[in-house]
Each structure stands twice: as C-alpha cells, then as structure tokens.
Design a protein around this ligand. Sequence first.
Ligand code: AMP
Ligand code: MG
Length: 309
Amino acid sequence: MSEITKLTKQFRVDHGKDFRLKDHDPASTAHLHSKEHAKELLNESILRMAELQNKLYAQDQWSLLLIFQALDAAGKDSAIKHVMSGVNPQGCQVSAFKVPSSEELDHDYLWRNMVRLPARGHIGIFNRSYYEEVLVVRVHPEVLRGERVPPSLVTKHIWKERFEDIHAFERYLSRNGILIRKFFLNVSKKEQKKRFLERLDEPEKNWKFSAADVHERGYWDDYMTAYEEAICHTACKQAPWYVIPADNKWFTRLVVASAIVETLEELKLHYPKVPAAKRGELSAARESLEGKTAKSSDRKRSSRPLVIE
Ligand code: AMP
Ligand code: MG
C-alpha cells in the first residue's frame, strides 16, 4: 500500500451506516509527525495532481466534483488555495455557495448547484454546497420557512427525504461520469476559538472576522449532530466522505491533496490515442513547419490539409 493510500484510507467513509463523529479526532496527524515530511509529500501530490488533471482534460470524458463542507475557520478556503495551487485554472472552477439569493430561492435547492457542475474533463470545487440544506437549514428552522416549500410538503420526514434526494442526485451524477468526493474538515471547538481570537488579534486577519460566525458557534452541538447524520445517510462507495482532521492545517492539506490524487489515479486516465488518419495530418504539419514542400500526392491524402503559417 502506498504512503498516500495509507494516509487517506483511514479518513474515508464509504459506508455511512455506522458513522460516528466521536470516533474521529480533529487533532490527529495519523502516523506523521514531521511537518517537513508532510510538506514534501504535499508537493509530490500537487505535482502528480497536475499531471493527472492534464490527462483528465485531454481525455474529456470524466469530471471531478470536490465538495468542501466545514464549520467556520476550519480551513476550507486555505485548503482549496493550497491544494489547487498546481492545477491549470483553465480546467478547474471554484464555486462558493452563500446564503441563497432571491432568484435562487425561487427554485428548488439543487438548481443553483446544477448550473455549476463541472463539464467533462474539468474539476469543479464546491466551497459549501447543497449539503447546507441539511446543515444550516436544519439547525435554523426559520431558514427552511424562508424557502417557501409548500407547507404540506414540510413534514417531520423532510430531512430523511432530503438525504434520499441527495443520495439519488449523486448516484445520477456518478452514472454520468461525474466523480464526487466530499470533504468534511473536522475542526475542534477549542481550535475554532483559537482561530477566531487570531482573527481579532492580528490586523491582517481582522477582515476574516464575523460576529455571525461567533453566533453560529453557539449551535455547535446541533451542527455536529447535523453533520453526523448527513454523513451517515450520504456516504457511499460512489460518493464517499473524507472526514479530515482539521486542527493542523498542514495535515488537512496533505490528506485532501492525497485523496484527490488517489481518486484521479483510480480512473486510469490516459491521453487520447491519435487515430491513423490524424497521424497523416501530423506528419504533413511537420513537413510544412520544417519548410519541406509536400508533394501534391501527399496533399491529396488528407481531406483536411493542415495549414500552418
Ligand atoms: P462563508 O462561506 O463563511 O462565506 O459563509 C456563507 C454562509 O452562507 C454560511 O453561513 C452558510 O451557512 C450560508 N449558506 C450557504 N448555503 C446556504 C443555504 N442553502 N441556506 C442558508 N444559508 C446558506
Ligand atoms: Mg464564514
């Protein structure tokens, strides 16, 4: 087993049924104790990710959807920034989902996510997602009331129904070649407090501070229950969750990068094979570039002669 597989396996949840958050330590760094070694591994993963993304793009069949969920200050933004630093931005789009706009509230809750799904060959990153619909919306019943779902459809079964719909939606996506990997950055309450205080103490972090985040902290236990149930009901082989220790940012980044590399490796990606007909075009182009005049018989061979000036 490679070092990367060893690292990611213990945090991957393929079957949610028995998932319990209390079994996951936010401060874990697994068997790694050296930040320096972790940095080396992260750099290797980022280089490998770039190669794999190139193939994903060239092959133009699969796409990868990466969903990031966490409480405030767990490090979503910085994990996304670091992990994607080696990726070609042309084949990668990041979408952040905030409080829905009035136009978004005029639609079903998957609508705004649908239009941001990655095209074939691309990587799509969701910074928050439709999972908020079973998290913040569950923790704050007034948010659900604001969604204007017909009251007869809002019963005590609503969360179970949403889990079923999300599960079915993800199955649909995976059957269409969109690979889904979901990351819950699991920060402890203590570490969150420390990071909020840093936002107050350090002038260059002041902009990140939000009193609303401190207010949300008051609902910590409700969020933990909501996350546990969401993972329980939606972790499956085709759309696993990674529950990633988030008290040490260097470790979080490494596990996220390793999980992405592992996922892309599983696809056995390869560059498209050049068909025989196209090979003729390539050699004609080479001759043209090298200044050799193609014979008229050669020119006839290709139905679409390549003209390179
Ligand atoms: P941030 O990601 O810190 O900029 O905050 C975005 C805020 O939008 C968070 O407080 C989320 O809980 C909130 N949010 C995201 N999606 C939804 C949703 N579907 N309904 C209500 N609030 C949401
Ligand atoms: Mg925030």
